[in-house]
Design a protein around this ligand. Structure first.
Ligand SMILES: Nc1ncnc2c1ncn2[C@@H]1O[C@H](COP(=O)(O)OP(=O)(O)OP(=O)(O)O)[C@@H](O)[C@H]1O
Length: 223
């Protein structure tokens, strides 16, 4: 699905990521950890071709990102659901429209029943008509996850999707990701929350990647 081969990335100063090799096999579930500022969000952005590597190769769905034009990137992104850390919405449109609009713009339509189920799942069914500025930080995060998965993408990339949530809601969102994974979706979640990782590992064979000192390592079994 997504493969990095000897990838480096620099924003212009020194290298933030070096010699990163990684393979997200179809149906795998990975967590990405590491200290604040280590480059987790940057690595996720490389995964959906928001950033291009400054060295090495990244392939998305068997296509080298360096050879892709904008339309091709847009096509590949339709197969990916991304939960951004900052959860941007169109503030003048109600939540339900915000969730369905990206799909509609790309010529697809979410089923009304799917939308209702998803809103129930993330605990937002009573807020479908609310405008984004009326939502709390945690509600925005839940809405961002719902938006990312509504079209059943092959890959879900989530940047701290439970950062503002209490434990009960974090577990609920984790269950949603685990269920998607059991349906064969490939999942990558950046998180600081080791309890979330432990909870996931009790349910599925999730692997843990850790960025430390610019390199990506497979974390030990002690988590
Ligand atoms: N657009 C940018 N231009 C220059 N530097 C950037 C840019 N975006 C991020 N950085 C820097 O790159 C480093 C890694 O940032 P990144 O957001 O990837 O880290 P992170 O591991 O996700 O951090 P956190 O856990 O705090 O979210 C940080 O030092 C950050 O300041």
């Amino acid at each position: 699905m997504i493969a990095f081969e000897n990838v480096a990335y620099s924003y212009g100063g020194g290298e933030l990521l070096s010699e990163v090799s990684l393979r997200l096999a179809p149906g795998s579930f990975h967590f990405l950890t590491g200290p604040s500022g280590a480059g987790k969000s940057t690595l996720l952005k490389l995964c959906y071709a928001e950033l291009l590597p400054t060295a090495g190769h990244i392939t998305l769905f068997d296509r080298d990102v360096h050879g892709l034009d904008r339309d091709e990137v847009a096509m590949l992104r339709r197969r990916m659901g991304v939960v951004h850390q900052d959860c941007q919405f169109l503030d003048h449109l109600p939540l339900t429209t915000n969730l369905t609009l990206p799909a509609a713009v790309s010529g697809r339509q979410a089923e009304a029943a799917d939308l209702k189920d998803l809103l129930d799942w993330v605990g937002l069914s009573r807020l479908g008509d609310a405008l984004p500025p009326q939502l709390s930080g945690g509600e925005r995060q839940r809405a961002a996850l719902a938006r990312a998965v509504i079209m059943s993408p092959d890959v879900v990339l989530a940047d701290e999707p439970t950062g503002n949530l209490d434990w009960e809601m974090s577990l609920r969102l984790l269950t949603l990701l685990v269920e998607l994974n059991k349906m064969g979706k490939t999942i990558l979640v950046a998180t600081h929350d080791l309890n979330l990782i432990r909870a996931a590992k009790q349910q599925i064979p999730a692997r843990v990647l850790r960025i430390a000192k610019r390199r990506l390592q497979l974390a030990g079994a002690d988590l």
